[in-house]
Design a protein around this ligand. Structure first.
Ligand code: FEO
Length: 173
């Protein structure tokens, strides 16, 4: 049974993961309209994964005797300056999510809820991976440069690298 404090923090995380999914979806759609095929495929896939994260939390809260709240989600940003701006926003978003996950973990310890603490370790690891992926992608953009030709190569590279050497987290691990 989860305490009301743990339940509230998990419900807040459900909202954040849902918002993450919409944010990725918005970036994916922007990239698609700009003709960045590889980037949009990558971001659509990430949007699905964030939804999986939300579902994982919903199921956990319900299984542990709590009640998962299905949140309404505010509209994400829809305009981005460039690909660098997209991935900088993405990294800063993920850093914020990591801080929120750490707060949930902190509450679990305060409440002596070691079961939820254990469950949350999956999210802790996932965040390490997602931050590393975002940093890796930003490094690649810097290497290829922000000229049109460079960005075209970057985008093609990202398409080829999905599931390749850039570690792209998969859902439901
Ligand atoms: Fe599920 Fe990227 O936070």
């Amino acid at each position: 049974m989860v305490s009301s404090k743990v339940e509230d923090s998990l419900n807040n995380q459900i909202l954040l993961e849902g918002e993450s999914s919409q944010f990725y979806l918005s970036m994916a759609s922007w990239a698609e309209n700009q003709g960045y095929v590889g980037t949009s495929s990558f971001l659509y896939r990430q949007a699905d994964e964030e939804r999986e994260h939300m579902l994982k939390l919903i199921k956990y809260v319900n299984e542990r005797g709590g009640v998962a709240r299905i949140p309404s989600i505010s509209e994400p940003p829809t305009e981005f300056d460039c690909l660098t701006n997209v991935f900088e926003s993405l990294l800063s978003h993920e850093l914020n999510i990591t801080a929120k996950i750490n707060s949930v973990v902190h509450i679990c310890l305060q409440e002596q809820d070691y079961t939820t603490h254990n469950f949350m370790q999956w999210f802790v690891s996932e965040q390490i991976e997602e931050e590393a992926t975002a940093r890796g992608i930003l490094d690649r953009i810097k290497l290829t440069g922000s000229e049109k030709g460079g960005l075209y190569l970057f985008d093609r590279d990202l398409e080829n690298l999905i599931g390749g050497s850039i570690s792209v987290p998969s859902a439901g691990k």
